[in-house]
Design a protein around this ligand. Structure first.
Ligand SMILES: Cc1cc2nc3c(=O)[nH]c(=O)nc-3n(C[C@H](O)[C@H](O)[C@H](O)COP(=O)(O)O)c2cc1C
Length: 369
């Protein structure tokens, strides 16, 4: 089967086409350092057959921190712990990319330091997002760009095989790209080019720090979940521009969220094939237009659909999150039995518990023990 064939992203050789999509786990310690439970989780995924593991979100600058128990790759990061994460992936036969993150207006944790989260603009009466935050100054944007460059240097130093910018799901990069959340009238707002300036300047800062051969990936939200947000037509253009900028692979997901799970990356009730692989049509459109590998994500639950996506050239890799929370070794199961049904029912209880501050686990399976 083609999903089990080796793949490559720039210099990174991968044993198969399965990616573990970035998954926040609430398992770091309170200083952002790596814990033994995180190392065990990465080991289990690597031994379970995933080719490329994308880490949990890690903040590159304190102004981007969204929660208390998330990892840091900012100044003062736990370099020893990060090295152990890398070793855990490699000893299980997987590659590992770190996901570099800034929450923008959603970086609620900064309020515990009596500061306001930062955003491209303040949107008055936003029906989709409430909570105090303020507009970034040009100097603050420059500081964040530099922080991504420094984090990229650390990523390479500790041995991550690649890095991925979190450019989806309504966080800082999505906020800059969306015409709804970016109302600036300086060089950071207005035209699509300007709304992508952050993505491109961050790329340049990272490339300078990592050298030419290091794979720099981006997870890109190409459509917002409401009228008046980023349209798919613009999202597709953005993907093309970022491939031309030099990003080495694009993982295609959604942008700023609307009100419900439906239409977002967290779509539920995806047992029926018609609801599975719910962003694959976007990935397919982008794949036709770019020369770099495309990673499809969102609701992949059956080998038939994943194999079809790769075999038909709609995507180069398929990426999964929730099924691997329930069964970190599901890829090995699929290798033995392609008809196997995942235990994950995509109920999002894992996510809801994380939001309440509990560490990551499959709530449904835990209830059956
Ligand atoms: C508990 C949980 C944590 C997540 N954490 C992240 C994250 O840290 N970074 C990210 O880009 N996406 C994150 N996501 C989104 C997933 O990576 C993925 O895009 C989404 O869940 C759709 O894939 P799936 O249907 O295979 O779960 C998270 C999703 C869940 C359910």
């Amino acid at each position: 089967m083609m999903v089990f064939e080796p793949g490559r992203i720039k210099t990174m050789r991968l044993p198969n086409r399965f990616v573990r999509s970035a998954t926040y786990d609430g398992l770091s310690d309170a200083s952002g350092a790596v814990t033994d439970r995180q190392i065990e989780l990465i080991s289990a995924l690597a031994q379970g057959g995933v080719g490329l593991i994308v880490s949990a979100i890690m903040y590159v600058h304190p102004s981007g921190q969204v929660s208390a128990f998330m990892n840091s790759i900012a100044d003062g990061a736990d370099m020893g712990g990060l090295k152990k994460l890398v070793r855990a992936a490699h000893s299980g036969g997987a590659k590992i990319a770190v996901q570099l993150y800034h929450g923008g207006r959603e970086a609620r944790f900064v309020k515990t330091r009596k500061q306001l989260p930062l955003a491209p603009s303040v949107v008055a009466d936003d029906p989709y997002y409430r909570g105090g935050y303020r507009e970034m100054t040009a100097d603050e944007i420059a500081t964040v760009i530099d922080a991504f460059g420094q984090a990229a240097r650390r990523a390479r130093e500790v041995g991550f095989d690649a890095l991925q910018i979190h450019g989806a799901h309504g966080y800082l990069f999505s906020q800059f790209l969306s015409p709804f959340t970016n109302r600036r009238n300086d060089c950071w707002g207005g035209s699509l080019e300007n709304r992508l300036r952050l993505h491109r300047d961050v790329f340049a800062a990272m490339r300078k720090q990592t050298g030419e051969d290091y794979p720099l990936l981006i997870k890109l939200g190409v459509e917002d979940g409401f009228e008046g947000g980023l349209s798919l037509a613009e999202g597709v253009k953005a993907a093309k521009m970022l491939a031309e900028t030099g990003y080495d692979a694009l993982e295609i997901s959604s942008g700023v969220r609307g009100n419900a799970y439906e239409g977002t990356e967290y779509k539920t009730r995806i047992q029926k094939p018609a609801r599975q692989g719910y962003f694959l049509t976007w990935a397919r459109e982008i794949k036709k237009r770019v020369g770099v590998p495309v990673i499809a994500v969102g609701g992949f639950r059956s080998m038939g659909m994943m194999e079809g996506a790769i075999a038909k050239g709609e995507a180069d890799f398929v990426s999964l999150c929730r099924p691997l929370i329930a069964e970190p070794d599901i890829i090995n199961h699929w290798r033995r039995d392609p008809e196997k049904k995942p235990k994950c029912v995509s109920c999002n209880k894992c996510l809801e518990e994380l939001h309440r501050g509990a560490p990551l686990r499959c709530v449904v399976l835990a209830g059956q023990e």
